[in-house]
Design a protein around this ligand. Structure first.
Ligand code: MTE
Ligand code: MO
Length: 518
């Protein structure tokens, strides 16, 4: 068989186009399988291109009309762009082969051009092999099948071998895409969020804290460690689609009853003296044993540093904090003194869903005080209701004490370990007590280390608040009613009386019926 006859069977341009498109989809799939949603994924540069070049007006209109579908839609657009680019690349390779009349020339050309495109746009040379390989395989298989396989072609009603081979490769690629989706999802770290100082790991200070949390944590099946992973850390806000605020565009103004008004941008904030510390967030709206309570290592700047030589009006009793999404909240003067402007979470840049690029953190207070996507701190002489206070909540003060029962582990020998997390804000957790007889008798549970002393606080600010894990193991003779309660660092017992979360947080002791394993 001469190259010419084979190529003749290949001339219908649309089959070249289909082959190229199939190869492009295989490339995107291969890349996703290996890289997941990271910087090394070929879809990533197109995705940031879409985000960067779309004007804010368009973004907002799209957000309004598409609502929660806006994010997947823009991602699909990015995928379409990169698939089109790759298709054009492979098409060019096939075209060159036909023109040069060199059989199989398109195979190495595909390998080279897809790799170049992927490596050039992502900057990840090794990971760029992942899209290049499957694309090359598709082109190679189609060419090979088109050139050989006369027998099966004869049995086939389709006379065009190339068409048949292309369709086969297409089905193969579809299954590849399915597998790639699953594999890539696994590989997508919470960590498509870059590290604070770039590179491939958290900065040293944050790493020290993360390691401390890891080594001190109890292993409680079904419950988080002492630090919650980004991605499983709860999120609560008033938005269907969170705002996108680029670090370069971010400004914070401190206004109102302040001597010198002050505007600071992201770079200036990052030049300020930094602290890194553990702090737990808990939403006032959560049910007693729910999971809207998590802990991270935060990196940020104490606002007191910024205010120091601004001479704020001593009559200013409150500060109203405003955010990009229209959310606002009022904090007291005392809370202002111990407020942080946070830009890092677990050694990474603050993720979008947690307020990128900068949020507030008032350690020890309910979650709603910790305004995300913050834009303005307005010092004021009179108290003002915040967003949730206007809606009947009263959850801006210090958190209530709670012990959660999040983990039940049946051992083979019949013993059971129950465990969870206890939190009491800046009061700290002093003890956790467990009853296995419906509250008749109580025993101290094991407590994980108090991590607050590990926090790195250069200012005089008090070490911020952090939860502790508790666990208790016993051998239930029969069905037991397990109850758990915390005692804060000031010796105060978690209140027993039960109430729902509105307006100021759920109250009561968590209980659970445990049956011995049959
Ligand atoms: N800008 C803004 N900040 C916000 C909110 C919001 O809706 N908008 N929700 C608050 C509430 S009710 C809680 S519990 C915390 C949750 O923070 P997280 O999503 O980082 O866990 O954010 C607070 N900050
Ligand atoms: Mo909340």
């Amino acid at each position: 068989m001469t190259p010419n006859t084979r190529l003749a069977s290949y001339t219908p341009a649309r089959w070249q186009l289909v082959t190229a498109a199939v190869a492009a989809i295989a490339a995107v799939s291969g890349s996703f399988a290996v890289a997941g949603l990271t910087q090394a994924f070929v879809g990533e540069p197109a995705s940031s291109f879409v985000v960067d070049t779309t004007p804010a007006v368009v973004v907002n209109t799209v957000l309004e009309t598409l609502g929660p579908l806006a994010q997947p839609a823009s991602f699909l657009l990015a995928l379409a762009i990169v698939t089109a680019l790759l298709t054009a690349t492979v098409l060019l390779a096939l075209e060159i082969e036909v023109t040069a009349e060199i059989q199989y020339l398109a195979v190495p050309l595909t390998a080279l051009s897809v790799w170049l495109l992927a490596a050039g746009t992502t900057g990840a040379a090794l990971a760029a092999v992942a899209p290049a390989l499957p694309a090359t395989a598709v082109v190679g298989l189609v060419e090979y099948a088109a050139a050989h396989d006369p027998l099966s072609v004869r049995r086939d009603r389709t006379p065009d071998r190339a068409k048949r081979a292309t369709l086969q490769a297409g089905f193969g690629t579809l299954s590849l895409a399915g597998i790639a989706y699953v594999a890539g999802r696994r590989r997508t770290p919470d960590s498509s969020v870059p590290f604070l100082e770039g590179g491939s790991r958290p900065p040293l200070g944050e790493r020290r804290l993360l390691r401390a949390a890891e080594s001190e944590a109890f292993d409680l099946p079904g419950a988080p460690g002492l630090v919650s992973e980004i991605g499983s850390f709860y999120t609560v806000d008033i938005n269907t689609i969170d705002p996108i605020v680029e670090a370069d565009d971010w400004r914070l103004s401190i206004t109102g009853a302040v001597g010198d008004e002050l505007t600071i941008d992201y770079d200036e904030l990052r030049d300020q003296p930094t602290e890194r510390f553990f702090s737990t967030l808990r939403c006032v709206g959560e049910g007693l044993n729910d999971r809207e309570m998590d802990t991270a290592v935060w990196t940020g700047v104490p606002v007191s540093e910024l205010l120091e030589d601004r001479d704020p009006d001593t009559d200013a009793t409150v500060a109203v904090v405003h955010a990009v999404d229209g959310y606002w909240n009022t904090i007291t003067r005392d809370e202002l003194e111990r407020l942080y402007l946070v830009y890092g979470m677990n050694g990474r840049v603050l993720p979008r869903e947690h307020g990128h690029p900068v949020r507030l953190l008032v350690p020890g207070n309910w979650g709603e005080v910790n305004v995300k996507w913050v834009t303005e701190i307005e010092l004021a002489l009179e108290d003002r209701d915040g967003y949730w206070e206007e809606r009947g909540w009263d959850g801006t003060g210090e958190v209530r004490t709670v012990a959660k029962l999040w983990s039940v582990d049946h051992h083979e020998d019949g013993r059971v370990t129950v465990g969870g997390h206890a939190y009491a804000g800046r009061r700290g957790v002093g003890a956790v007590e467990v009853s296995t007889d419906g509250g008749e008798t109580w025993t101290d549970a094991d407590l994980s280390a108090d991590l607050s002393s590990e926090s790195e606080s250069e200012s005089d600010l008090e070490a911020p608040d952090v939860w502790r894990q508790w666990r208790y193991t016993w051998e239930p003779a029969d069905e037991s009613e397990v109850l758990v309660r915390a005692i804060d660092g000031e010796g105060r017992l978690q209140p027993e009386n039960e109430s729902g979360s509105k307006p100021d947080g759920a109250s009561g002791w968590v209980s659970r019926t445990i049956r011995p394993n049959p």
